[in-house]
Ligand binder design. Structure first.
Ligand SMILES: *Cc1c(COP(=O)(O)O)cnc(C)c1O
Length: 387
């Protein structure tokens, strides 16, 4: 079996986790802040707050930006459901902006049109969540410019994109957004087992998200509400938060993996390059890369050229799976999920996303993918395409 993605764990990672297990703190010890600092430094962001998943990270990011009932959040339909669910957790509505047919990221022209329309009807979004699909950064400069024109906030869902660069600078620096979110699920670029992180340069947002991570509790006297001195103890609940904390065990793995982040991304870039070469003469569209982007290549997505392909999308997918190559479809448009259809979304809502959905297949992509497996995948794909 060849999975579409998998973690790469070495002895140093294992040792780091064991060290925490032998220490005084399994959670809320020194390792979580050390991991946060390492990620913030790498990205050039001022604040980083680790949580137990990117899903939790998206939730507290929305809450910190004030998303609530009556608000609308926009994202792309070609993403994992968590990018949209976070708005629903806050009681807000979700809407989808169609994708760019080359990058498969949120289309800037569709966003512009939708915003102009929404302004006329008084339905502007409170927050827009662009997703750096496959690790290729979105056109953040344009999205940022639109945010100033129309007054919305931006959360970058960079679950695929730690280690990627946009216009020469690391994704996560929040230069064009309010908050950036990373995921450390094992299929992502680096892993903490499970885990996520929010990054921001805004001290108020950082504080708020810190409270929300742990029950809305503060132990900082400065942030406590006024009470007579004899009623001030070592903590106070000042907001309704959650237990979204990361453990030191997870953080130790994440921190150890951070040291190989650049190495992982280089390995992924190399695998992408080799795929590019090997697939050159097949009836597939290879991942197009914008010149502003240095992708972390979380995924390597091909699209079948339906006009030149004698096999259907489903046939190619099944043939690869039958050969033990666990290809995947990233993603079914979120609004096509039954839960979203029940809210009134209809098939065909975003035409470019539908076209992508009819043609896309994610080939296995992870640093440990051997040459031998690589060639096997390409050979099976060639047969599956009926070449
Ligand atoms: C993986 C992923 C998430 C959720 O990450 P978890 O850490 O598993 O909660 C959110 N958005 C995107 C785009 C993802 O790929």
């Amino acid at each position: 079996m060849i999975p579409y993605g998998r973690q790469d764990i070495n002895q140093a990672d294992i040792d780091a986790v064991i060290e925490v297990l032998r220490s005084d703190f399994l959670t809320q010890g020194p390792t979580v802040p050390a991991f946060e600092k390492a990620v913030a430094n790498h990205c050039g962001a001022t604040y980083a707050i680790a949580v137990n998943s990117a899903t939790s990270a998206l939730h507290i990011a929305c809450l910190a930006l004030g998303v609530r009932e009556g608000d609308t959040v926009w994202t792309t339909p070609i993403t994992f459901v968590a990018s949209a669910n976070c708005a629903l957790y806050c009681g807000a509505k979700v809407d989808f902006v169609d994708i760019d047919p080359r990058t498969y990221n949120m289309s800037i022209s569709c966003l512009e049109k939708k915003l102009a329309n929404a302004k006329r009807t008084g339905n502007l979004p409170k927050v827009v969540i662009p997703v750096h699909l496959c690790g290729q950064p979105c056109d953040m400069q344009s999205i940022h410019k639109l945010s100033q024109q129309y007054g919305f906030k931006i959360i970058e869902d960079a679950s695929h994109a730690i280690g990627a660069r946009y216009r020469g600078e690391p994704v996560g620096n929040c230069k064009y957004s309010d908050i950036t979110v990373f995921s450390f699920h094992p299929v992502k670029i680096i892993t903490a087992g499970e885990g996520g992180m929010v990054l921001t340069n805004d001290v108020q947002l950082a504080k708020h998200m810190q409270f929300l991570r742990s029950h809305g509790i503060t132990s900082d006297a400065e942030d406590m509400c006024d009470r007579p001195p004899e009623e001030i103890w070592n903590y106070q609940q000042i907001d309704l938060g959650f237990n979204y904390r990361m453990t030191d065990i997870h953080a130790a793995l994440g921190l150890s993996q951070m040291q190989r982040l650049d190495e992982f991304v280089i390995a992924r870039q190399r695998i992408a390059q080799r795929y590019d070469e090997l697939l050159m003469n097949m009836p597939v569209v290879r991942p197009w890369q914008h010149e502003d982007s240095y992708s972390s290549f979380h995924l390597y997505v091909i699209r079948l050229k339906s006009s030149e392909c004698i096999r259907t999308h489903r046939e190619v997918y099944e043939a690869l799976r039958a050969a033990g190559i666990l290809v995947n479809l990233h993603y079914i448009p979120v609004y096509r999920q039954p839960y979203y259809e029940a809210m009134g979304f209809e098939p065909g809502y975003c035409p470019e996303a539908e076209q992508y959905y009819a043609e896309a297949i994610s080939l296995p992509m992870y640093p440990g993918l051997s040459d031998e497996k690589h060639c096997f995948i390409v050979r099976v794909l060639n047969e599956a395409l009926g070449q």
